[in-house]
Design a protein around this ligand. Structure first.
Ligand SMILES: O=P(O)(O)OP(=O)(O)OP(=O)(O)OC[C@H]1O[C@@H](n2cnc3c(O)ncnc32)[C@H](O)[C@@H]1O
Ligand SMILES: [Mg+2]
Length: 197
């Protein structure tokens, strides 16, 4: 079993960091990549797995500590899985509001029954920068894309993501509830099991 007393979270996304910290904080001392570097590695992979590993290795390299990365995104059925690994960059780096506006526009004539989507999270944990055996866990969260934004909690695409099991948008969920049922929560549950946490 892998043991360590601290771990770097390899994310520059404040919303994501908050969620990962809430899920892990009680179990291990979590540090943030921002303590070590402000430079975001280029996400050159073609899959969530490749990008998660790349971010984790980079964080382990700059910190000298074990590192955990999350690569995540929204896969929309009608768009053939887009924006997928390009979710953060969907509107060419203009940010969450522009990403959401672009998605609403892409689906403006698409009826409710064809608006299925899933959030994907892949977590990669490396013990050191050259770790030959990263631990990989994935979580999916099925829902639908709304016709307009609802709610102000969370981050990213949360205001557009309808959560059938709660009958509200992801941005209308309390943080603790999202952290129990989200794609990231599912991936994290597996990771904790693998680590014996
Ligand atoms: O790479 P890091 O530094 O972790 O931060 P990032 O924001 O660039 O993260 P990703 O590359 O993994 O891109 C994921 C994007 O998918 C979206 N996303 C992922 N998880 C989400 C969630 O729980 N709620 C809403 N949007 C989410 C959001 O727009 C993210 O920016
Ligand atoms: Mg990123």
């Amino acid at each position: 079993m892998i043991t360590f007393d601290q771990l770097v979270l390899a994310s520059h996304n404040a919303g994501k960091l908050k969620e990962l910290q809430a899920m892990l904080g009680g179990h291990v001392r979590v540090r943030s990549i921002g303590e070590f570097s402000d430079i975001e590695p280029e996400e050159t992979g073609l899959s969530f797995v490749e990008n998660a590993i790349l971010k984790a290795r980079n964080a382990a390299r700059v910190s000298g500590l074990p590192a955990l990365a999350d690569d995540s995104g929204l896969a929309v059925d009608y768009l053939g899985g887009a924006p997928g690994i390009y979710s953060a960059r969907y509107a060419d780096g203009l940010g969450d509001a522009a990403n959401n506006a672009k998605l609403l526009d892409a689906l403006k004539d698409v009826p409710e029954e064809q608006r299925g989507a899933q959030f994907v999270s892949v977590l990669a944990l490396v013990r050191h920068a050259d770790d030959p055996l990263p631990i990989l866990c994935e979580g999916l969260w099925h829902g639908r894309i709304l016709f307009e934004a609802r709610g102000t909690n969370g981050f990213g695409y949360d205001p557009l993501f309808w959560v059938p099991e709660r009958e509200c948008s992801s941005a209308e969920l309390a943080a603790e509830d999202k952290n129990r049922i989200s794609h990231r929560a599912r991936a994290m549950a597996q990771l904790k099991q693998r680590l014996g946490l």
